[in-house]
Design a binder for this molecule. Structure first.
Ligand code: ATP
Ligand code: MG
Length: 453
């Protein structure tokens, strides 16, 4: 990895096209400050800002005309990534992929597809937690079922994704599969169909795993044959199966006996808002809030990448007062940073003081209402359709709104700036999703408020 050289190349490519940082930022979309940070390989507390994988893929698509395959490989390596065969062929359809890449096995291709779909955000203050869980997952003995629990937005899915990233680069597991018990899936190829997916139970989990673990032929068999096939597969070699949001499975207790049977040598990593401490054989790890110093580091980082200049120059006392109200909940902190883009910092702080005594759920509702009021009509319209377009592309979202062209991209950019919308990696194009808590707010609060009396 060589981030200064990556940044230099980015600046060269951008200026050769006559693009301003803001113009390039709009195409990704990210904030213009982030382009500047990447170009300068900006450092903070000894850590250098690194674009996530989705951003690198997007940059390559934007500058594809000015790059050849060697440039692409060198540039992505400078950012610490390596593109898969499918990705390269997408960008350079007429080129033959070099033999070291075309000889990739189905396992390596599946792995890079999985990693491209998972969020890859910079995480603060969870080094020890990550280490501890990694050891538990690496050991080839019980516990076979490992759970991360904690309140919404605390970082369970992010921690699980970080573990998957680490373990995918080792040969500990034959393959890794990720299923989200919630319909908004990282793997939904078409966001709009995602809502029609059935809720997770042993039958749908079987199908999803057979598909991800490279046994799609078994999918055409009877349910009993599929179950037997999956059982044989998971018992033969060690796989890692992640089930995200287990608590959203209606009656998840009935799924646990199936997981117990499938486990060993395969391991299951579960995330859940409910604790599973009652189950003796499940190793439970409760994710706690970030410490004050980690929360402040997250605030500074987010302020920097979202271009929240007022917050970036806030005094330590002002930052500490945000922590006093919001605590160390990463999602809440990110949302507050977003608000400082549109409201004066003092007002955000005053508003937060009013919420000081509230429970975390109420605090979220409060923060979301603030954000909602800061949005213009296009932003609100776009946000409201997101529950129907989870994981959707620009085209999906455009089909659900009256907005097109720059109106839509500006609305998306505004939502990203406010941390209301997350852009996730995809092999082909950016996909957008809202956090589950944002979705809950839209469906429970805004929809109620908008309904006719
Ligand atoms: N340690 C961390 N450092 C920085 N950002 C974090 C950290 N943990 C989580 N985040 C960010 O906070 C947000 C919420 O995290 P995540 O989605 O993992 O929460 P969760 O616990 O899975 O929530 P839910 O219960 O709703 O599924 C994400 O945008 C994520 O990038
Ligand atoms: Mg989650």
């Amino acid at each position: 990895m060589n981030l200064p050289e990556f940044g230099q190349k980015l600046r060269e490519l951008r200026t050769s096209r006559g693009l301003s940082q803001a113009a390039l930022a709009r195409q990704l979309p990210v904030s213009a400050d982030l382009i500047s940070i990447w170009e300068r390989a900006y450092q903070h507390r000894g850590r250098t800002w690194r674009p996530d994988r989705a951003a690198v893929v997007r940059l390559i698509e934007i500058f594809a005309d000015s790059l050849d395959m060697t440039d692409v490989q060198r540039w992505t390596a400078q950012a610490g990534y390596r593109l898969g065969q499918t990705e390269l062929q997408k960008i350079f359809p007429t080129l033959t992929v070099p033999s070291d890449l075309s000889s990739r096995t189905p396992e390596t291709t599946a792995r890079s597809t999985l990693l491209a779909m998972l969020p890859d955000t910079h995480l603060f203050g969870i080094g020890r937690e990550r280490q501890q869980l990694r050891l538990v997952l690496e050991q080839a003995s019980a516990p076979w079922l490992v759970a991360i629990d904690g309140i919404g937005g605390i970082g369970k899915s992010s921690l699980a994704a970080a573990l998957v990233r680490e373990l995918a680069s080792t040969d500990r597991f034959h393959r890794i599969a990720w299923t989200s018990a919630k319909q908004e899936e990282f793997f939904s190829r078409s966001g709009l169909e995602a809502l029609q997916r059935p809720a997770l139970d042993a039958v749908t989990l079987t199908d999803s795993l057979l598909e991800q673990l490279g046994e799609p032929l078994l999918l055409t068999r009877s349910p009993a044959e599929k179950q037997a096939g999956l059982f044989a597969l998971l018992k033969k070699l060690p796989y890692l199966v992640v089930i995200d949001n287990l608590e959203t499975v209606i009656d998840y207790q009935t799924l646990l006996p199936a997981l117990r049977q499938w486990a060993n040598p395969t391991k299951f990593l579960l995330t859940s808002r409910h604790t599973l401490h009652a189950y003796d054989d499940i190793y439970c790890f409760s994710l706690k809030e970030l410490s004050q110093s980690d929360a402040l580091a997250l605030l500074s980082y987010e302020a920097e990448i979202r271009g929240a200049t007022a917050l970036a120059s806030a005094t330590p006392a002002q930052l500490a007062s945000i922590y006093e109200v919001v605590g160390g909940n990463p999602l809440a902190l990110k949302l507050v940073v977003g608000q400082t883009r549109v409201l004066p910092l003092t007002q955000v702080l005053d508003n937060l003081r009013e919420a000081r005594s509230k429970k975390i759920e109420d605090l979220y509702t409060y923060i979301y209402w603030q954000a909602w009021h800061a949005l213009d009509e296009a932003g609100r319209q776009t946000l409201l359709v997101m529950p129907l377009a989870q994981g959707g592309t620009l085209t999906h979202i455009a089909a659900l709104t009256d907005l097109h062209g720059t109106d839509l991209t500006q609305a998306l950019e505004e939502l990203v700036t406010l941390s209301l919308l997350e852009v996730s990696a995809d092999l082909e194009q950016p996909r957008y999703r809202i956090h589950r808590l944002t979705e809950t707010f839209l469906l429970n609060e805004v929809a109620k408020w908008q309904a006719p009396p």
